[in-house]
Every structure is written in structure tokens, then in C-alpha cells.
Write a protein that binds this ligand. Structure first.
Ligand SMILES: [Zn+2]
Length: 381
């Protein structure tokens, strides 16, 4: 859905409708500038390799005498599978793979996960969320009319990683989010914190969530200060991303491509459809802009691609999603027509985070919390 009438960044394809976008005198957007800044902060190549080696040494030292050196979040998708392989085989770490399943994992993702963990001889812990509660929390985000409706997954992954690391006495959580591959999401499209989650549960859940474990500030303080847990975003330092990684995984483990990045989570058909029909945006704009910035895709080619609706965003998969979530079409259509909301319309910790901006920057640079959380929280709004 590339709208030709709206002003667009002269370098990537982010447009004036993206919340938090600003253009410089050359028409280049702030998301491109954030990307360039992250490129300087997290170099790949030889310098990246040196950082990874130094970090691996530190992780091994902290892991001495323990069963595992680190916890690695895995989904069965390309990037997390490769990250696990990199940890084990290239850096010689002893990882524990942790997977969170909110009930939407595709069969291909589950098979991939088993193949990669078996192939590497890595133990896998899967945390499965109680399905009625998972469904209800997702439905609460839909009823809240906010852009991102897969909050359940994001909170669940954070909770699973920290809780497993704390339980196992592991000091490092390894993430594999890549700004080069996945791009930089505007904060208004994808925000999460414990107070906001609690507010949505209180207002929009129709049943009590007994098993759900939120990730609150006091939990974070306990994990960081008393358990000494750090988060290291490894993917920031290596060049091994993109399609050639898929070939390595396929040859080595018999890993199968899900057909579309993120489709290891079957809810994405509903997520994409909802955002397009309610907010008028296409999630692919973020990832495709990243591909232009890294030279993987040409701008014109991306503009053409955006004119087409992705194959998985079809009525059949959307109906399947609605049925699984227990929504009728009428109820869902009424939500699509209701006024759009953002996290700023609900209580959240964001005012507090703004007040703590500088300490957060320090924690990001010290790899205590995810490395580019600072840019995400303060430079994309
Ligand atoms: Zn741009």
C-alpha cells in the first residue's frame, strides 16, 4: 500500500504518516539517522568480531562452575536459530535455548526449533502460556484499539528469558534482534511496559489472568541488581544475516524457510491485516526500509513491493485467526472502525522512563538492558 501522495524519506521508504518521523533538509528521515548512529555504535566486520570474542570471554568467565553460560531466546525463525548456532559453534559458549509459545507457533517453527537444538546438542526449555489467558490478553490489546496486538508474545518472551536466567543462575541473556535486518519501529506502533500491560488487562480483559507473569520494574531491578543479569544483543556485531544464513541453516540442520520472516508466528496474518485496515500502515515498511539502508534492496523495488498486499495477509488466514481468538467478524469490524488509540492514551511507565533517560542510556551501552532500547524509546517518537 505505497501511497504516492504522501511525503516519503528520500533514502528509505518511511513516510510522513509514520508517527514520530522527522525529515532533515535533504529529506532524510530520523529513522535513517538512528540507523547510521547504530551502525557507528555497533560495527560489524573485524571490529565486530573482536567485540564478540571479548564478550564471549566475559560470558564464559561468568559462567564458570555453572551448567550454562547464557540463555538464548529462540523462535525457530532464521535469526534466532543462527544466533544459537553462532553462540555454540563460533563462540564456543554453552547456551540454554529458551522458547516462549503463546499458542501461535507454526508447525514449521516447532520443527525448525527441534532440528536446530538437536543438531547443536543444545538443551531447549519451552515455556507455554496458558492458552485461554494468552487469547484473552491478545484480545484485550485488540479491544484497546492500539497498533500492536501481539503484546502477549513480547511480554512472554521477556518474562521467560529473565525468569529462566534467574532460576538457572545464568548471567547473560542473548538476543538476536537486528536493526540492520528488522529495522527500527516507531515507538507509537510498538510499545510495551508492565504498567501499560496492567492497564489493558484491567480495562479490557473479561476474565482474571491467574497464570500470566508480568515484567515489572521491581522484577527488573531484582534481576539486574541481585542476579546480575545482562542482555547482549549479539546480532548487532556480525554480518551473517539475510538469505545466505538460511542456506547455512538448511544445509546444516535441515531447517525450513517459513516463507516470510516472522511467519513462525501464525498470528502475523491477523497482526498485519489489523494494522493495514485500522491504522493504514504496512508493517513491512520497517523491514524493507532497513534493507534499503543496508543496500540489500533497491528503493524502487521496495516501492513496487509495497503496492502488493503480502500473500499471508489473506481473508482465509485472517478468518482462521479471528476464529482462534474467538472474535466474530462483526465484532472485529466494529473495532476496525472505532477510534484509533496509542499507548499514550493509557497509563504507562513512559513518563518515568523519560525522567530516567540518561541512566537508561548508560544501561544500554553497558549491555545491561537491550542495546538500542535507548534509541527506540527516545528517538523514534
Ligand atoms: Zn529514511
Amino acid at each position: 500500500m505505497a501511497n504516492d501522495d504522501v511525503k516519503r524519506c528520500t533514502r528509505c521508504v518511511m513516510d510522513a504518516d509514520v508517527p514520530g518521523i522527522r525529515f532533515d533538509e535533504n529529506g532524510v528521515c530520523n529513522f535513517c539517522h538512528v540507523h547510521d548512529k547504530l551502525e557507528r555504535l555497533f560495527p560489524t566486520g573485524e571490529e565486530g568480531k573482536r567485540t564478540l570474542e571479548a564478550m564471549a570471554e566475559k560470558i564464559r568467565r561468568k559462567g564458570r562452575g555453572r551448567k550454562y553460560d547464557c540463555v538464548v531466546g529462540v523462535s525457530g525463525g532464521r535469526d534466532t536459530s543462527y544466533c544459537l548456532y553462532y553462540c555454540k559453534e563460533k563462540l564456543g559458549l554453552r547456551p540454554l535455548a529458551v522458547h516462549f509459545d503463546n499458542g501461535w507457533d507454526s508447525d514449521v517453527a516447532k520443527t525448525n526449533l527441534a532440528k536446530v537444538c538437536d543438531g547443536l546438542g543444545v538443551e531447549l526449555h519451552t515455556i507455554i502460556m496458558d492458552w485461554p489467558e494468552s487469547r484473552e490478553l491478545t484480545n484485550a490489546t485488540i479491544r484497546a484499539c492500539v497498533p500492536y496486538i501481539d503484546l502477549t508474545d513480547d511480554v512472554g518472551i521477556a518474562s521467560a528469558l529473565y525468569r529462566t536466567a534467574a532460576k538457572e543462575g545464568v548471567r547473560y541473556i542473548i538476543l538476536s534482534h537486528s536493526f540492520r535486518e528488522e529495522g527500527i519501529t516507531p515507538l507509537l506502533w510498538n510499545y510495551m511496559d508492565a504498567r501499560y500491560t496492567r492497564a489493558l488487562i484491567k480495562r479490557f480483559c473479561t476474565m482474571p489472568l491467574v497464570h500470566f507473569k508480568n515484567v515489572d520494574i521491581h522484577h527488573m531491578l531484582y534481576w539486574i541488581l541481585f542476579k546480575g543479569i545482562h542482555v547482549f544483543n549479539m546480532t548487532n556485531y556480525y554480518d551473517d544475516v539475510g538469505e545466505h544464513v538460511e542456506r547455512i541453516l538448511a544445509e546444516r540442520f535441515g531447517w525450513i524457510d517459513t516463507g516470510q520472516h516472522h511467519m513462525d508466528n501464525e498470528m502475523f496474518a491477523l497482526v498485519y491485516y489489523y494494522s493495514r485496515h485500522k491504522f493504514g500502515f504496512d508493517w513491512r515498511i520497517i523491514e524493507l526500509s532497513a534493507k534499503i539502508r543496508t543496500g540489500v534492496a533497491a528503493r524502487e523495488e521496495v516501492l513496487e513491493a509495497l503496492k502488493e498486499v503480502p500473500f499471508f495477509e489473506n481473508e482465509e488466514l485472517v478468518d482462521y485467526g479471528l476464529k482462534k481468538q474467538g472474535f466474530s467478524r462483526e465484532e472485529f469490524d466494529a473495532i476496525l472502525k472505532a477510534p484509533n488509540k496509542y499507548f499514550t492514551d493509557y497509563p504507562s511507565y513512559y513518563p518515568l522512563l523519560k525522567a530516567l533517560r540518561l541512566p537508561i542510556k548508560w544501561l544500554c551501552r553497558a549491555h545491561v538492558v537491550p542495546a538500542h532500547a535507548y534509541e527506540k524509546y527516545f528517538e523514534t517518537i
